[in-house]
Structure formats: structure tokens, C-alpha cells
Design a protein. Structure first.
Length: 240
């Protein structure tokens, strides 16, 4: 039996009643509510790793990392320091094989780190098995939630199916939080540009359209983002 299991998309039918039932549905509903109550993508991911340990059978720890082309990995949320150690203990040339599998498979299970190639660093930290679930993916990067267990073969088919259902909620909440953050930033940028335009109107004795055009031309001339130039003008005005 192979020690590493790559699970294709088609292997996930509806969750059988014998695995889930009312308690699982209720737990996932509660988790979804907690995820959607978060404000930023970072707070969503912090909530997700905590919930993963509570929801996924066998999970002792969890983390979320971003894998980029060229074998670069950045850990963005974790339940405890052992996860950070596990996910930062590899160089770009020394990565567990299951990390690479995540580029073309939505789920990868590591059955036993002591028996699988590339799992030595996990075994050294007392982490014997892992369940890696893809949250987001594009051509340049993959965002992955990984649950870790201190026992070998901790994650079975049921845990994998529950993980898939849970990460679907995480992905939706993450998208929602990202949109909210972008809208908030857009409103802040609009207000900042409005303040800078007002300052230029007063200083140069020009109307709003002329002030905005002046701001745009200066942004292009100095090769600076309009938002950053507006912030510079506002900050300079506040210190005078």
C-alpha cells in the first residue's frame, strides 16, 4: 500500500449519512457562521486552522500555507509553533513530495511520515500523518490547509470528505473577506484622493477637475500610484 495518497476530484461523491449525519451538518453550519463573521482574509484563515482541529477527525494541529512556483512556501496561519516549524523546515530543494502533488490534486494524504520519502522533518517534530487540502489555486500559487496528526494513518476517507466540505466553506468565506477588504480599501483610497484633491484646490486656486487632473499627471510623471501620491500630499499637509 502506498504511503502517500493523491485524491482526484472525482473521488468525492456526496457525504454518506453514515459518515456525517445531523451532528456533522450542525458543526459545519456553526463553522461556516464563524468563518463568515471574520473581517479580513487573515482573520478568516486564523479561524479556519482553529476550526480544522475541532472538526477534522484525527487532527491535532493545522496550518495554511501558500505554495508558489519555484518551490517557495509561505505559512500564513497556524495553530501552534510546531506547525510553523513543520512548514518552514524545508529548503526549496528539499520538500516533501506531497507538496508538489498539490499542484494537480485537490487533496493529498500522508499516511506515515516515518515511512514516506521527504517526511523525516515531520517525524522529527512528532507529526506522523498529514491531510493537505487545497483552498485556492491559479497558475502561480496554491493556498493549502494542512491538518497534522501525531499518529500515523490518522486521516481516513471520512476525515478527507469532511475536510473537503469544510474547505469549501473556508474558500467561500475567504473570497467574501477578500472582497470586503478590497471594497474597504477602495473607499479609503477614494477618501484619500478626495482629501488630496481638496488640498490642491486650495493651494493652487483651481477647481476639482483641474486638481484631480494635476494629481493624475503628477502620478504618471513620478511613476507613483495615485493612492500613494495622495497619501503623501495629505500627510505633508497634516504636518504643516
Amino acid at each position: 500500500m502506498p504511503k502517500r495518497f493523491v485524491v482526484p476530484e472525482s473521488d468525492f461523491p456526496e457525504l454518506p449519512h453514515s459518515v456525517g449525519g445531523f451532528e456533522l451538518a450542525e458543526a459545519l453550519t456553526t463553522a461556516a457562521q464563524q468563518l463568515h463573521d471574520t473581517v479580513t482574509p487573515h482573520s478568516t484563515m486564523r479561524a479556519a486552522v482553529r476550526l480544522a482541529v475541532r472538526l477534522l477527525p484525527g487532527a491535532d494541529h493545522a496550518g495554511i500555507s501558500v505554495l508558489e512556483r519555484g518551490n517557495h512556501r509561505r505559512t500564513v496561519a497556524w495553530t501552534d509553533e510546531v506547525v510553523r516549524a513543520a512548514e518552514t523546515s524545508h529548503t526549496s530543494r528539499d520538500q516533501p513530495p506531497y507538496w508538489n502533488d498539490l499542484w494537480h490534486a485537490p487533496v493529498v494524504r500522508l499516511a506515515d511520515s516515518e515511512a514516506d520519502d521527504g517526511g523525516d522533518s515531520l517525524a522529527g517534530l512528532g507529526l506522523r500523518s498529514a491531510l493537505a487540502l487545497r483552498l485556492r489555486a491559479d497558475k502561480r500559487r496554491v493556498t493549502v490547509l494542512t491538518a497534522y496528526a501525531r499518529k500515523p494513518r490518522a486521516f481516513d476517507e471520512a476525515a478527507t470528505r469532511i475536510g473537503r466540505l469544510f474547505t469549501a466553506h473556508v474558500s467561500l468565506a475567504l473570497d467574501s473577506a477578500t472582497v470586503r477588504e478590497q471594497l474597504t480599501e477602495a473607499m479609503r483610497t477614494r477618501d484619500l484622493i478626495g482629501q488630496a484633491t481638496g488640498i490642491l484646490m486650495e493651494r493652487l486656486n483651481i477647481d476639482a477637475a483641474e486638481a484631480f487632473d494635476s494629481l493624475v499627471r503628477a502620478s504618471q510623471r513620478e511613476n507613483v500610484k495615485l493612492r500613494d501620491l495622495a497619501r503623501r500630499i495629505v500627510d505633508a499637509n497634516n504636518t504643516t
